[in-house]
Write a protein that binds this ligand. Sequence first.
Ligand SMILES: [Zn+2]
Length: 518
Amino acid sequence: MSQPRVQADLDWDSLSGALRVRVTVTGHSFRQGEALAQLRRRVAGVPSAIGECAVTARDADGPIAIEPVHDEGHWRWQGRRATTGPVALEYQVKPRRVDALTTDGHPPVDLRFEADGITGSTSAFLALPDLPNDVTGTLSWPGPSSVGDRHRSVDDIQAIHIMAGTVSTFTAGALTTYWLSPPTFDVASITRHASTMHAGLADLFGEPTPPLSIFLRRNPFRGMSGSALPGCFIAGWHEDAARSDRLQAFVDHELVHDWLGVENEHDNAVWFNEGVADYYGIVLPHRLGLLDDETFHARVDEIVRVYLASPWRDSPMTDLIPQFWDDPRIHQLAYVRGMLYLAELERLLAAQGNRVKLDDLMRRVRDRQIAGSAATLNDWKSWVIDAVGGDDAQLLEGVLDGQMSMPAGDLWRTGRTPDLETVPVIDPGFSFSTFVTRVVTGLDPEGLAAQAGLRDGDELLDLPPYSHLLGVPADHEITVTARRGAAAYTHTFSVGRETVLVPQWARPQPGGHRPTVR
Ligand SMILES: [Zn+2]
């Protein structure tokens, strides 16, 4: 028999709203009971689109009876008999509808309706047979997608973003941005900025600049989110937070993911991969002249505030990993720790007069990716020990144990030392989703919000987004109007009981406010 091969053809029916999927598998005979198609129920925190849909299959002998064998983790369909010759599978997936109350909308890969079209990643809807990742795979889709010419394997075609409907585009250099909902920010300037950053990354690794797509998705719920796939990244935005500078910061972070990453088994390297994206997403645009010193420091400062304002700031990374996707304050913390770890490492390399720079270590990470076998965290650690010595490498590990020393001094080598500012540790006493949906959930009876009179289920009409609370003064209070049934109450409470000293490098703006970026 010839080598196995999978061809997926997608077609969106705008009238019925369904996405039709046809998968042809050649060169593989399925045993009776073998899965003809399967897909995880949840993909990185969002539900997959397929659900209990009807899958039909046929081969040279005619229709194949299908038995759904869904379990907790997967949607799965088995054939009731063995197959002969090419197997054709067909099913339809329904994009989901999201609204202001959606809380599982991050990262932005779920297949959903937006404006007059749809947007989603194949990881969230393409059910395929369980074949080895390197089996040849191709995908055809008539609309905009991140396909490019990069897909070669089954693994690749499960990481493609598609969009359909009335799609707008803007191109600068190697980069094209696609969107369905009219943006409230300057897409042209963001695309140009991102194009320069993308070329800067190519230059860092001495590689040509490949084509890249950005897919913008408007979230009807509050919050921004991003995800990177080969050849593209996806940015979810909401008008409450979507200023051009925020989007730019966001895009810079996502671009780095397209170039750098180590193997991330069971999320053990999230802190590293996200830290790298945060670090180079700030340091590189500054180096390239895309950010002036003030904006650079404003970005760094905000990240440091995220870290120190988190109630989990002293928790060891091993405690945080299982909760990564439960609360954005937890996975953001991992990002920031990773970034500060890299900043400290760079400082250490420079202080030792070391000829190896952080960039050089990153080139090794990149080389391994290009060679097709991503570096592991253990590889990384051994390179760091070679470069700085075992004792110093041990000190850096403090970042992960939660015993990190406060970032200080001219850490960013811009000739500035930070001011120390007192800010609240943000813990009003309800779950994070309350900031997203503005409906109180997970109320802590001993917490500030409960003591101010709030109850679970109250709708908070004017609760500010979480990001607006980062860096507020220690005595800052929120006043919200809470709707409970037909009645409305006004409540005032402070954002947290504890305070913490935060180093800030940017100069305060008039009125004493710290500049905000994200
Ligand atoms: Zn990221």
